[in-house]
Design a protein around this ligand. Structure first.
Ligand code: C2E
Ligand code: MG
Ligand code: MG
Length: 724
């Protein structure tokens, strides 16, 4: 650590300079007897003597050696004592010199004092006088040397401290009592981009960001009067605008320690000594950590923790000004389908896209958060009427009306929104969020892609729903499911030609529960795959049994849900089961609904085709309730159409019905089987028969029944109940 161009500062501090430990005296005199007697007369412990007779001798001795003292005769054979003094001056030597001269040269000798001699003694002299002069000169020079060494050490120490301060990685400065810079180290240039000279005598506040000035001033000048009481504060220092690169950060965050400097004699403050450490890196790291703790990684939206925080704050504020606020719970419809079918990367892209669209519908001050998965929440901290929340909800639904571009193609995402209001629906963050969640569930159950406000009745439903979910999870392993069968009767043949397998849940506490109640729940919970597998297995086994009993051309219909079609292996799953039970594939009829075909994101068409190629039958259930049925029929090579119950219901009395005529026409044109569902009255059956529909299913013949009941119907075809 050597400062270039200077001797190492520690060299002089540690006292490496040529110093004399013992006392050496040089006697220069041409009088040989004097040269002999003087050393004896001046002898002391630790003293040694050399002698020279001429100027030349003396200089030769001085070149070899340093002395504490020279006793120098003025008159010398080859010159005068002045020549020796000259030499000493020229060589910057610091030997003390006492001139010894006779009366005749005394004026010259006195002149020599000015030339650097320390004292003189006139010949002839008393020995005692010479001794005194020698002692006092030696004493004086010892003091002088000590003094010199001391100031050298001081200079070195000053250099050291300056070095420490000037090369410090921290900003170090001093302020006068008015708070103006009296010293600032060069670090300021690097840290803030100012020339240090430009800051001298300027107030410290020039470097402080406007927002921090008051705080800092009061801190510095309130405490500044108590010497020695230091303080520590975090603040932002302003960077020099002129040297700031485009888009650079305006300020540097520092941790500042201020120490009031005591005045002389311990009087009141003499200004302030400050050390400021750049902590912007640490701050940034802290900010990142905080951000991660409070934000969702994927969408960079606030997370559950931050949302709860903001909601609690908003509730407190609303309470104070007796205002209102709204919480929305938003769940993406059918998100699991996208994730399972296209993979997580596409799922993530979709979520990011949805987050971006949702953001555009909100105002400053509203908070959009992602709770995880496909769940988002919105806080509207300041609304006047419930309608304000309704407007936002409509905006959200509308913002999602355009499809998202995914790698696999366009996807139109919809959401279900539940809304809870403060103070009406709750006064804690938990209650409001839960109630918005319940309202959202209600939207899911009644068709999705809409919004709904919470009402207290929903709460009860919600509790039921939770209980249902828990029971449903256990239903399969507890063998609580049962397949019922409803016969499909041919009017011409007067016998049962097919059976539709319809699922029942024998709940231990609630009795039998219909599929309309629990199938949607199972779909949402991701349980439908296992349930469908069980249904398929059961239906194939039953058909095999009936075939063994001789009903070998019977068809078995079973219902699959859209979720089943999102499985890659749905076709293999069905064909494997059919082969294992050795039933002809054509006798198994898979029912799919029109709505499944309408949004063919998961390749239902291709799977239907594959099923048909494997020889299976495929029926369109509830046919006619969707639209542009004809277009689908070209794309989906199905084998059967089931006329929906709603059309059958309208058939009162033998009359022509345009829709049913159209459907029978289509079936004939495409060579498809036709089955009428929901036939309840004889008149309906009669009309259907006239319109050309032969196979019917409905309460008129039989309600769905157990396997044993169904077996009985196979033996004796169920008779139409008499009209009442
Ligand atoms: P779906 O496939 O249209 O089944 C016909 C529904 O109409 C059955 O209701 C049946 O009991 C009822 N039904 C039959 N004849 C009449 C009638 O004359 N009048 C009236 N009003 N209704 C009649 P269910 O058994 O409650 O099933 C409801 C729906 O649940 C089914 O509609 C089907 O979409 C679904 N489903 C049933 N079993 C399963 C299954 O194993 N898996 C799947 N994924 N869905 C199933
Ligand atoms: Mg069906
Ligand atoms: Mg149906």
């Amino acid at each position: 650590m050597v400062i270039p161009g200077e001797q190492p500062f520690y060299a002089s501090v540690t006292g490496n300079a040529p110093e004399l430990d013992a006392c050496r005296i040089l006697v220069v005199d041409d009088d040989a007897s004097l040269r002999r007697t003087l050393p004896r007369a001046l002898a002391r412990e630790g003293r040694s003597f050399d002698e020279s007779a001429t100027v030349a001798d003396a200089i030769a001795a001085l070149e070899r050696q340093r002395y504490n003292l020279i006793l120098l005769d003025y008159r010398l054979p080859d010159g005068t004592g002045l020549d020796v003094l000259d030499w000493l001056t020229r060589h910057e030597r610091d030997e003390a010199v006492i001139i010894i001269s006779g009366e005749d040269a005394i004026d010259a000798a006195i002149g020599a004092l000015r030339g650097g001699a320390d004292d003189y003694v006139r010949k002839p002299y008393h020995l005692a006088q010479l001794q005194r002069t020698v002692e006092s000169t030696l004493h004086k020079t010892t003091l002088e040397h000590a003094n010199q060494a001391m100031s050298q050490r001081l200079r070195a120490s000053e250099r050291l401290h300056r070095f420490l301060v000037e090369s410090s990685p921290d900003l170090i400065f001093t302020l006068d009592t008015e708070g103006r810079f009296t010293y600032i180290n060069p670090r300021v240039t690097q840290m803030l981009g100012y020339e240090r000279a430009s800051l001298m005598r300027r107030p410290f506040s020039t470097l402080v960001m406007a927002e921090d000035v008051d705080r800092i001033n009061s801190l510095m000048f309130a405490r500044g009067n108590t010497p020695g009481e230091s303080f520590n504060v975090e603040l932002r220092l302003r960077r020099n605008r002129e040297t700031l690169i485009e888009g650079g950060v305006e300020s540097t965050t520092v941790s500042l320690t201020g120490i009031p400097m005591p005045g002389s004699k311990g009087r009141i403050s003499n200004g302030l000594y400050g050390v400021a450490r750049d902590i912007s890196e640490r701050k940034r790291a802290e900010e990142i950590i905080t951000f991660q703790a409070y934000h969702d990684q994927l969408t960079r939206l606030p997370n559950r923790v931050l949302f709860k925080d903001r909601l609690e704050l908003a509730i407190a504020q609303a309470q104070r000004r007796t205002g209102a606020l709204a919480v929305m719970f938003i769940d993406v419809d059918r998100f699991k389908l996208v994730n399972d079918t296209f993979g997580h990367a596409e799922g993530d892209t979709l979520l990011r896209g949805i987050a971006a669209r949702l953001s555009t519908t909100l105002r400053r001050g509203d908070t959009l958060a992602r709770l995880g998965g496909d769940e988002f929440t919105v806080l509207l901290p300041d609304i006047n009427h419930p309608e304000d929340a309704e407007i936002i909800a409509r905006k959200i639904l509308e913002a999602l009306s355009l499809p998202f571009r995914l790698e696999h193609g366009d996807f139109r995402a919809t959401v279900s929104i539940g809304i809870a209001l403060f103070p009406r629906d709750g006064d804690t963050a938990e209650d409001l969020t839960r109630h918005a969640d319940i309202a959202m569930y209600q939207v899911k159950r009644s068709g999705k892609n809409a919004f709904r406000f919470f009402d207290t009745e929903l709460n009860a439903h919600y509790r039921e729903r939770i209980a249902l979910e828990n029971d449903l999870r256990l239903a399969l392993e507890r063998a609580e499911f049962e397949l019922y069968y409803q016969p499909q009767v041919s009017m011409k043949q007067h016998r049962v030609v097919g059976m539709e397998a319809l699922l029942r849940w024998n709940h231990p506490a609630h009795g039998q529960i219909g599929p309309a109640t629990f199938i949607p729940v199972a779909e949402e919970m991701g349980l439908i795959g296992d349930i469908s597998h069980w249904v398929l297995e059961q239906a194939c086994a039953q058909l095999a049994l009936w075939r063994k009993e001789g009903f070998d051309d019977l068809r078995m219909s079973l219902n699959l849900s859209p979720h089943d079609f999102s499985r890659k292996d749905i076709v293999e799953m069905v064909t494997e089961c059919v082969h294992r039970h050795a039933v002809p594939p054509a006798q198994i009829e898979v029912e799919i609904t029109e709505s499944m075909m309408m949004q063919d994101t998961i390749g239902v068409a291709a799977k239907v085709k594959a099923m048909r190629e494997a020889g299976l039958s495929v029926a369109i259930d509830d046919f006619g309730t969707g639209y542009s049925a004809l277009a689908y029929l070209q794309k989906f090579p199905v084998s059967t159409l089931k006329i929906d119950r709603s059309f059958v219901r309208d058939l009162d009395g033998p009359s022509t019905n345009p829709i049913i005529s159209a459907i029978t026409g289509i079936a004939r044109g495409f060579g498809l089987h036709l089955i009428a569902e929901g036939v309840e009255r004889a008149e309906q059956a009669e009309t259907l028969r006239i319109l050309g529909c032969d196979i019917m299913q409905g309460y008129l013949f039989a309600r769905p029944g157990t396997a044993a009941q169904a077996t009985a119907w196979l033996e004796v075809a169920p008779q139409p109940a008499m009209p009442h």
